[in-house]
Design a protein. Structure first.
Length: 128
């Protein structure tokens, strides 16, 4: 089963991030955001809110072309007030376009909207 409220939030996140709309990202990401990306070689890279925002700011300031917004939602459900979304994407994070599986954890913010507070990603190989 796919929870559309959760996937709508993640679609807004993807669109905002891929087009470097920092004001929207500031609202979609929680201040205590933690991101873990497991690379193809098994090494993990971690990022916090500030590092993540700096990444998107740098892309915007360097006039980078938009990132690929395509997404396949594999799972989206809520459990005990926490939203869980797993999605497969094709993205180029600097090493060519890769297939990446993301799991995002969301919780309601003070304004009642969902906010991403954890993001775990595994690079599974070259995108085909």
């Amino acid at each position: 089963m796919i929870n559309n409220h959760l996937t709508d939030t993640v679609r807004r996140l993807i669109d905002s991030g891929c087009h470097y709309r920092l004001e929207a990202l500031e609202k979609l990401y929680a201040p205590d955001l933690q991101i873990v990306i497991v690379q193809e070689n098994g090494e993990a890279a971690t990022f916090d809110y500030q590092q993540n925002m700096a990444f998107f700011c740098q892309l915007r300031d360097n006039n980078a072309p938009p990132l690929n917004t395509a997404v396949q939602f594999n799972y989206a459900a809520e459990h005990n007030g926490i939203g869980y979304v797993t999605a497969t994407r094709r993205m180029d994070l600097g090493a060519g376009e890769k297939k990446i599986v993301f799991t995002l954890m969301l919780r309601p913010a003070e304004n009642g909207q969902w906010q991403i507070f954890r993001e775990h990603a595994v690079v599974v190989g070259d995108a085909v």
